[in-house]
Write a protein that binds this ligand. Structure first.
Ligand SMILES: Cc1cc2nc3c(=O)[nH]c(=O)nc-3n(C[C@H](O)[C@H](O)[C@H](O)COP(=O)(O)OP(=O)(O)OC[C@H]3O[C@@H](n4cnc5c(N)ncnc54)[C@H](O)[C@@H]3O)c2cc1C
Length: 433
């Protein structure tokens, strides 16, 4: 079954409205609460009902530009909105917004017809998959083997393609040259619901330990035709645009990390307030207070960094190739810290799949966080892309010269410039403001 579709333009949702429509998370009978999330996790089930409700409320429009019929205003707003939904179950992100990478690629280099097609699919609640990763090559993207032959047919296999089984179109990065980063070109292949183009096989990908039930596919291309008009942008720019677009996705993975960390800390604080220990409650004991304080500090750091990154992508997109990996790393690792400190306080209850705070959702949070940590780039690949830019940053900073003001990033009341994905760059070319 697929999520319900909505055609009427929905007003922009607020995080408070998300909390209200999803109801009390602690109510075991609430289909959008913790108990339901644990039940879905146990059954490896896609969050159909939860995503369906969010679709009806227009949640999926939060990252789509206004001219596409979306409600996007700014990334800090979307970050907070997605964080509120991810507190219930982080699988709402893959469930409702896996298409953000393909959409961003199309915003950067799609033709008018391609943009209109993708905007229509996404507005109506459908999915457009992004197929870049190959099982044999991982982050070694220049070794990608899926190729376009002289007759315009695609051959090869893409791995862990989000929403690959239900997508109505797939953005594929394919080899069209011999070597180097310029040897890849992007194609938008139609895969309407209920049909499969000749030569395409959609296979379920291996099941995941966290974010269970999300739609991941292995897409096998045995001579799938890329018709005229399927090429996106120019020949040779596929990898570059995909890497630039992934920077925007990193922001949304931070929303997932923050939602997980919020829930972990809330469950733990509630536990310390009610769990009796001798004559007192746990929240009056030194060790539990220290662990909760450390977890709170880690969450605050993650919150500040993610908010700055979300505002920064508007103000200084040309430096986002540095800000993105740095922020993703800090937020993902701080979330691991939050979970570690909370685990210490919850003790045995941190590993129980029932009869524990939040109906046993904590163990799911840990597994989900481990997936968010690797979802758009492995930690090492992420750090490596940051480190590779340090020589330029050091030289450019030493040379001095004007750098754009970042005051608006840290003044939360300051208006933000419009988000311009085309200004995202692969590498920083001057000083980091
Ligand atoms: C839930 C989920 C959804 C996903 N959705 C999509 C999707 O929609 N589309 C898509 O295309 N992909 C998707 N992916 C794939 C994802 O992008 C990959 O998981 C990611 O690229 C990392 O792949 P890898 O672990 O093979 O990484 P690698 O980074 O290759 O890691 C393997 C090992 O190699 C090491 N390593 C990496 N680079 C170097 C180097 N330069 N030198 C030395 N060692 C190195 C790493 O440290 C690690 O030990 C998804 C993954 C998940 C889990």
């Amino acid at each position: 079954m697929s999520a319900p579709r909505t055609t009427a333009p929905a007003p922009a949702l607020t995080p408070g409205e998300v909390e209200l429509i999803l109801g009390d998370p602690a109510d075991p009978a609430n289909p959008y609460g913790y108990a339901a999330a644990v039940a879905r996790d146990e059954a490896d089930a896609f969050p159909e009902e939860l995503c369906g409700l969010l679709f009806e409320a227009g949640f999926h429009l939060n990252y789509l530009p206004r001219e596409w019929g979306g409600t996007f205003e700014s990334f800090d707003r979307s970050l907070t909105l997605v964080r509120a939904a991810a507190r219930r179950d982080v699988t709402v992100m893959p469930g409702t917004m896996f298409s953000i990478i393909a959409a961003t690629c199309l915003q950067v280099h799609g033709s008018t017809a391609q943009r209109e097609k993708v905007a229509r699919i996404l507005r109506e609640g459908g999915a457009v998959a992004f197929a870049m990763t190959e099982a044999d090559h991982g982050s070694d993207l220049v070794s990608g083997a899926l190729r376009l032959d002289e007759e315009g047919r695609l051959h090869g296999e893409k791995w862990l393609v989000g929403n690959g089984n239900r997508a109505e179109a797939v953005y594929v990065v394919a080899r069209t040259g011999a070597r180097g980063p310029g040897a890849f070109t992007a194609y938008l292949i139609d895969t309407p619901r209920g049909t499969t183009p000749e030569g395409l096989t959609r296979l379920p990908a291996p099941r995941t330990d966290g974010m269970r039930g999300v739609d991941l596919a292995t897409l096998r291309f045995d001579g799938v035709r890329a018709p005229s008009g399927a090429r996106v942008g120019k020949e040779g720019e596929g990898l570059e645009v995909a890497l630039r677009a992934q920077q925007a996705v990193r922001l949304m993975s931070m929303a997932g990390s923050l939602g997980i960390a919020d829930t972990a800390l809330r469950l733990t604080l509630d536990f310390t307030a009610t769990r009796r220990f001798g004559r007192t409650t746990l929240d009056a004991t030194a060790y539990a207070r220290r662990e909760c304080a450390a977890a709170s500090a880690a969450l605050l750091a993650a919150d500040a960094v993610a908010t700055a990154a979300a505002r920064g992508v508007h103000v200084t997109p040309q430096a986002y190739s540095v800000w993105g990996p740095a922020a993703k790393h800090l937020v993902a690792e701080a979330t691991q810290d939050v979970l570690a400190h909370c685990s210490t306080v919850l003790a045995t209850r941190s590993v129980l799949r029932g009869q524990a705070p939040g109906d046993g959702v904590f163990q799911k949070l840990r597994r989900d966080a481990a997936v968010v940590r690797v979802i758009d780039a492995s930690p090492y690949a992420n750090l490596r892309s940051y480190a590779a830019q340090l020589p330029t940053l050091i030289t450019a900073t030493a040379a001095g010269g004007p750098a754009p003001s970042v005051e608006a990033v840290f003044d939360l009341d300051a208006p933000l410039p419009a988000y311009e994905p085309a200004r995202l760059d692969l590498l920083v070319r001057g000083p980091d403001p």
